[in-house]
Design a protein around this ligand. Structure first.
Ligand code: G6P
Ligand code: MG
Length: 218
């Protein structure tokens, strides 16, 4: 029986994935790496430093920067990203998400957050959703990022639930792999061709309802 829901944030609750993309695209331009859709998709769900390293590797430039220079590039990206986040309001919650969260509360499901973003509490605050997420995995405590199962395993542990009792919700391929490896049921939001390993995929957050999930459970 499902008792809990473990959420990704960026690209699931709000479209911050577009803001991360915008900020990383700027970094890629600065370091002279060609920005492609493939690179963009591969960065979703990946931690800040790993993302920068992936961008540099895409241009065979991973050895061109010292650790201090990399940290500066990552800080600059984050400063720009925070500017974009601070302009967000409740109007930026993706369609259907708040009513889905309300339906979870009403039906006594437990809720936790498994985002790799160190900015997650700030984003939730801007959206006015902090009250739903009392349990947030701290990405600073992780030894491995998505697709490793660690973050989703911790998301279930915060709820004191076994993984089989949890559903994880993701927009990224690395995130779906993480949920599956943790032994939870995976729900993908987005393109079925990219999220092919998810237990079920909905094209948009509008389709994310308890009824639709129940229809797709085995
Ligand atoms: C999420 C996003 C990534 C982002 C990562 C780290 O996983 O999908 O695009 O790079 O969080 O976010 P942060 O806010 O800590 O830089
Ligand atoms: Mg995401």
């Amino acid at each position: 029986d499902i008792k809990g829901f473990v959420f990704d944030l960026d690209g699931v609750i709000t479209d911050t994935s577009a803001l991360h993309s915008k900020a990383w695209h700027k970094t890629a331009d600065e370091v002279g790496v060609t920005w492609t859709t493939e690179l963009d998709n591969g960065l979703k769900g990946i931690s800040r430093m790993d993302s920068l390293n992936m961008i540099l590797a895409a241009g065979n430039k991973e050895n061109d920067y010292t650790q201090a220079e990399k940290e500066k590039l990552a800080d600059e990206k984050n400063d720009y990203y925070i500017q974009l986040v601070d302009a967000m309001t409740a109007a930026d919650i993706l369609p259907g998400i708040q009513s889905f969260l309300d339906s979870l509360v009403e039906n006594h499901y437990q809720i936790s957050l498994a985002s790799a973003s160190k900015n997650a509490p700030r984003v939730l605050d801007k959206l006015g959703l902090s009250d739903y997420f009392k349990k947030i995995v701290n990405p600073a405590d992780l030894t491995k990022g998505k697709p490793d199962p660690e973050i989703y395993t911790k998301g279930a542990e915060l709820l004191k639930l076994p993984p089989e009792a949890c559903i994880g919700i993701e927009d990224a391929e690395a995130g779906i792999d993480s949920i599956n490896a943790a032994g939870e049921t995976s729900v993908g939001l987005g393109d079925k061709a990219i999220l092919k390993d998810a237990d079920m995929v909905f094209a948009t957050s509008r389709e994310l309802t308890l009824g639709h999930i129940a229809d797709n459970m085995e």
